[in-house]
Structure formats: structure tokens, C-alpha cells
Design a protein around this ligand. Structure first.
Ligand code: RP5
Ligand code: MG
Ligand code: MG
Length: 281
């Protein structure tokens, strides 16, 4: 099984830190790997404790201790993958070794929760006829953004804020990254919220679980819930004006296909969407 492809990338994102090389068969913790010496890295910006970052529990005494596999007030430390192990009080990545310990650029020890909107419509020609792909099936399109941090194309997803429900996160992140809501006046924002109501009323959960994200470490990892918002007849999306914002530098409609190259494990979510709608892949 392919595991930790992006989460074993040689150079850790936004750093010059090289991960300790982990061969495929040594990813599971159950495989012995006595030579394993993961690099210890937590970025300066995380150590400065932005609001979303945990304290450095290996060097500071934290009282009461963080509630791993539970909730700390509004912070959800429960994994979608079931209970994770603690080794010397530190969460251990349930998917296995990544070649790096510490938190890298992630704020939380253990799961870092995100949500991903997959907004889709059928691809049509000028006359409104649905276009077929090479496999004879109709082509779906989804809203993708180009990430500012690594210029890769991705779903316009983002982190769940403390106390936020994931259904609110997907909608907020779509607004921020694909419609540039942060730069809107309050009137424009009101209009946008109205336009999104119809589309976001119909969400279908596509995926819930671990994300193979390049920022993952042995002690911190990304998890997401991905929802599909599908506009069958193009009536909702006709009104929507895409405009990249916040941590997105570009936004566009992209055709679903098995040849897509996207950030983290986003391609896997889109394959599920294609299957569900019996669309070209
Ligand atoms: C991925 O990182 C998730 O699937 C989500 O798309 C994204 C959240 O992180 P940021 O976009 O906020 O960096 O693992
Ligand atoms: Mg965002
Ligand atoms: Mg994002």
C-alpha cells in the first residue's frame, strides 16, 4: 500500500531540513528499523507560539497536560483514524515513519484538523452540451487553487479554527481562497454568503481521515473532512465569481482526470468524486 509518499519528501517544506530516508517497507512502526534517527525539527514560527500552536511539551512543563485523544476546550485532538499512541507522552503518527520528529511547520501535536471543499460542475461546450472525456464519460470540473507556499494546485481547503464545525470551515475557506472574501466590503460579503447558501446546502462527505501532506512528521499530521458541493445544472455557479485570495495565488476550474497532479493526497478525494458522479477519470 502506498503510504507516506508526500510525507517522506526529501526536503521538509519551507526549510532546508532533510528528512531521514525511510524505505517503503520501513514506514510501519511494526517493522524494526534500529538505524532510524529522524531529524528533530520545529520551525521558528511555530516555536513563537501563534494562536494555533501548542506549547513545546518536550521542553516546557504544561499543566494540566494536553488532552491527547480527547478535547482541550475547543481544540479537538481526536483522530479520525482512532486512538493514536503516545510515546513518552508525545503523539505518534498512526501511518508510520516520516523521517522527521517534532512538529515541523504544524502547530498541533497529533492531528491537525482541516476541511476541504470540492466544488464541481459538468464541463459544457458553447451550446451547453456536456463534453465527454477519452473514456466516453462526461467530464466534471472542480475549483482548484494554486497554493502560495509551494505553487502547487490544490483544493481550497484550510485548518479548522478552534471551536469551528467543519461544515463552517469548508465554506469559510472556499470564500477566502476561491472568492477572496477577506478583501470584500460587508455588503459584498453579504451578497457572497447568499450566493453560496444554495450550493453549500447540498454537501456530501467524500472523505474523512489522514492526509498524506508534505508537512507531516512523526508527531504531527494533517487530517481532513472533504465535502463535495455539486452544481448539477450550473445554476448556482453561474453567479459565482472566482477570485484567488488569502493563501491562494490563483484559482481556476480544472477538469477531473486520473492524470491530475495535486497537492498532498487531494487526487484520491477527486477520484472518489469522479466515481460517485460516474464522470470521466
Ligand atoms: C491539506 O492541507 C488539507 O487537505 C487542506 O487542503 C490543507 C490545509 O492546510 P492549509 O491550506 O491551511 O495550509 O493537508
Ligand atoms: Mg486558508
Ligand atoms: Mg488552504
Amino acid at each position: 500500500p502506498k503510504c507516506h509518499i508526500k510525507a517522506r519528501c526529501e526536503i521538509y517544506p519551507r526549510s532546508q531540513i532533510k528528512r531521514f530516508p525511510v524505505p517503503d517497507d520501513k514506514v510501519p512502526w511494526t517493522t524494526k528499523f534500529p538505524e532510524y534517527k529522524p531529524v528533530d525539527y520545529t520551525s521558528e514560527s511555530i516555536l513563537k507560539r501563534p494562536v494555533y500552536a501548542d506549547p513545546d511539551i518536550r521542553t516546557e512543563k504544561v499543566d494540566p497536560p494536553l488532552s491527547f485523544n480527547g478535547c482541550d476546550g475547543k481544540i479537538n485532538r481526536v483522530s479520525h483514524m482512532g486512538d493514536y499512541e503516545l510515546v513518552d507522552g508525545i503523539p505518534r503518527n498512526p501511518q508510520g515513519r516520516t523521517g522527521l520528529m517534532g512538529r515541523g511547520t504544524l502547530g498541533r501535536w497529533g492531528p491537525n484538523h482541516a476541511a476541504d471543499p470540492i466544488v464541481t460542475r459538468w464541463k459544457v461546450d458553447e451550446s451547453g452540451k456536456i463534453i465527454k472525456g477519452p473514456d466516453g464519460k462526461p467530464v466534471l470540473q472542480f475549483v482548484s487553487v494554486q497554493r502560495r507556499d509551494n505553487h502547487q494546485w490544490a483544493l481550497p481547503g484550510g485548518m479548522v479554527d478552534a471551536g469551528e464545525v467543519v461544515t463552517a470551515t469548508v465554506r469559510r475557506e472556499f470564500g477566502e481562497e476561491a472568492m477572496n472574501s477577506i478583501q470584500m466590503s460587508s455588503e459584498e460579503k453579504k451578497r457572497m454568503e447568499k450566493e453560496l447558501d444554495e450550493l453549500f446546502a447540498t454537501g456530501r462527505e467524500i472523505f474523512r481521515g489522514y492526509v498524506d501532506d508534505p508537512r507531516n512528521t512523526d508527531n504531527s499530521w494533517m487530517e481532513t473532512v472533504a465535502f463535495n458541493f455539486h452544481d448539477e445544472d450550473g445554476s448556482c455557479l453561474g453567479k459565482i465569481n472566482l477570485c484567488a485570495g488569502d493563501d491562494a495565488m490563483n484559482v481556476r476550474w480544472t477538469d477531473l482526470s486520473g492524470t491530475l497532479d495535486l497537492y498532498a493526497s487531494h487526487v484520491d478525494f477527486l477520484e472518489e468524486v469522479a466515481k460517485f458522479h460516474n464522470a470521466s477519470w
